[in-house]
Design a protein around this ligand. Structure first.
Ligand SMILES: [Zn+2]
Length: 130
């Protein structure tokens, strides 16, 4: 098992924990709606992590945090899996940064940056996209 697959399976466990937590926290109609949104985001997050698309995973964790902020009667316990997932994502994407602007790349092997739009497939001829 590689370091990366250990983190991905840990990430899966945390997403599961998050879903279980929200299930328990569902007490009102508002919570039920929020739970639905969060569950959808969690599934997308798990899918992105499985595909090793940590940039998309990061977008979903941001949505989870934002939706949770409006979480009304939810307990603070949701913060635990969310912050664990954020930590895992940070570990996973540490090698997927643009060498020019340090923005997040789509993968560790990407040779173009969605932030600064540089393309370094040919290291001797760095171009700008778009
Ligand atoms: Zn960049």
């Amino acid at each position: 098992m590689t370091m990366k697959s250990v983190f991905v399976s840990e990430l899966d466990d945390q997403v599961e924990a998050l879903l279980e937590h929200y299930e328990r926290a569902t007490r009102s109609k508002t919570d039920a709606r929020i739970y639905g949104e969060l569950a959808a985001e969690c599934r997308e997050l798990a899918r992105a992590a499985a595909a090793e698309d940590y940039r998309t995973a990061g977008v979903h964790i941001e949505s989870i945090r934002r939706i949770s902020m409006d979480g009304l009667s939810m307990e603070d316990a949701w913060l635990i899996p969310v912050s664990r997932i954020e930590k895992l994502l940070r570990v996973l994407i540490v090698d997927a940064r643009c060498p020019y602007c340090k923005g997040y790349l789509r993968s560790a092997t990407a040779r173009q940056c969605p932030e600064c739009l540089r393309d370094w497939h040919d290291a001797d001829n760095v171009r700008f996209l778009g």
